[in-house]
Ligand binder design. Structure first.
Ligand code: OSB
Ligand code: MG
Length: 371
């Protein structure tokens, strides 16, 4: 099949509530979307980077550059038989996984539409609904955080993740556990600690957390393995895992007991499915992380979460938690028991709302095949 056209769009979308992690606060999202056309079908993907290079080095500008100058020309250059082949074509570019994922995933959407199957099924997904959790950022006060947790539990979400950092950790978790002794609770540090803080990190063991996510360096495996030997709470890696190779090594040296899979961070479905298989073979539970995505990225996360190895609730939640109005129809909704139904329509199963997208688009570029 030949790709006839690829369009890049940059969107500006304000979040309904700011989102704060150990590395900073976001209130206005800049989102780069990829729209690809092949064989009369149109597929969509999302670059899931942050506005600033604080989670990883990618930003909307680096993604635009890598897509425009390398990935899109390579994709348009010659026909393709499978999205996995395109993933291989992208391999000479070191890193820039979020840029790669946006285009590769758009082609998976096209492939699923061509075969008239839901994307989830094309990927090998078996679940009809996926279990959902929420990720709650650092708030202005502990009271606000407790109130937010209550609201999400009332909505049905199956587990609560809170962001922690030095100064917003032990006391906060104590308050949460006092008020909600039995909920499924976990904490994400986004690399806010070092091994020097080991005595402090040991204090986390008292809160019966499901896991602590990425406590140490954003590229580290070795120190996480040392930490895991010293604490009982299972470590989950996010930032450190970029490929199936990374997953295999992390598991081998016991740097983690759980892995958070993000489509962007690992470079698309081909790599995500490889990580899935590595983890299933070694009986390591995985779950789908989130990057404050628009409906396009969210729809992709739902498809991926339908794979059998995604046994733990993901950070995949309702559109309304992020946006006043999302850019897909229907918006993503969550049932009272904290699940999202996996769509049964061909492709992504959520239609891009073109009128809505047009109103929030601030930059566009179109690339066409010359043959
Ligand atoms: O570490 O999982 C993370 C958001 C932005 C960057 C990193 C992370 C997050 C989240 C939010 O935790 C998950 C979501 O609700 O999309
Ligand atoms: Mg994380």
């Amino acid at each position: 099949m030949k790709i006839e056209r690829v369009e890049l769009l940059e969107l500006r979308m304000p979040l309904v509530h700011f989102f704060e992690t150990s590395f900073g606060r976001t209130a206005d999202r800049r989102i780069v979307l990829v729209r690809a056309e092949a064989g009369g079908q149109e597929g969509w993907g999302e670059v899931t980077c942050g506005e600033a290079p604080f989670y990883s080095y990618e930003t909307p500008e680096t993604a635009w550059h890598i897509l425009r100058d390398f990935l899109i020309p390579w994709a348009l250059e010659k026909p393709w038989n499978s999205p996995a082949e395109i993933a291989r074509r992208f391999q000479p570019v070191r890193g820039h996984n979020m840029a790669k994922a946006a285009l590769e995933n758009a082609l998976w959407d096209i492939q699923a539409q061509r075969q008239r199957v839901p994307l989830a099924r094309l990927l090998g997904g078996t679940r009809e609904e996926i279990p959902c959790g929420v990720s709650i950022g650092i708030q202005n006060s502990p009271e606000e955080l407790l109130e937010k947790i209550q609201r999400e539990l009332d909505a049905g979400y199956q587990r609560i993740k809170v962001k922690i950092k030095p100064g917003w950790d032990i006391e906060i978790l104590e308050r949460i556990r006092n008020r909600f002794p039995d909920i499924d609770l976990m904490a994400d540090a986004n690399s806010a600690y070092t091994l020097e803080g080991l005595p402090h990190l040991r204090l986390l063991d008292q809160f019966r957390l499901m896991m602590i996510e990425q406590p140490l360096g954003w590229y580290d495996l070795i120190d996480h393995a040392r930490l895991q030997r010293e604490i009982k709470t299972p470590i989950c890696l996010d930032e450190s895992i970029h490929s199936a190779e990374d997953a295999r090594k992390a598991i081998e040296i016991e740097a983690c007991k759980i892995i958070n899979v993000k489509l962007g961070r690992v470079g698309g479905y081909t790599a995500a499915r490889e990580i899935h298989d590595v983890c299933v073979a070694r009986q390591v539970p995985i779950w789908c992380g989130g990057m404050l995505e628009s409906g396009i990225g969210r729809a992709h996360n739902i498809a991926m979460s339908s794979l059998p190895g995604f046994t733990l609730p993901g950070d995949v939640s309702a559109s309304r938690r992020y946006w006043k109005e999302d850019i897909i129809d229907p918006e993503v909704t969550v049932t009272g028991k904290g699940t999202i139904a996996v769509p049964k329509e061909p492709g992504l199963g959520y239609r891009p709302n073109l009128a809505r997208i047009a109103t929030v688009t601030v930059r566009k570029d179109l690339f066409e095949s010359r043959t």
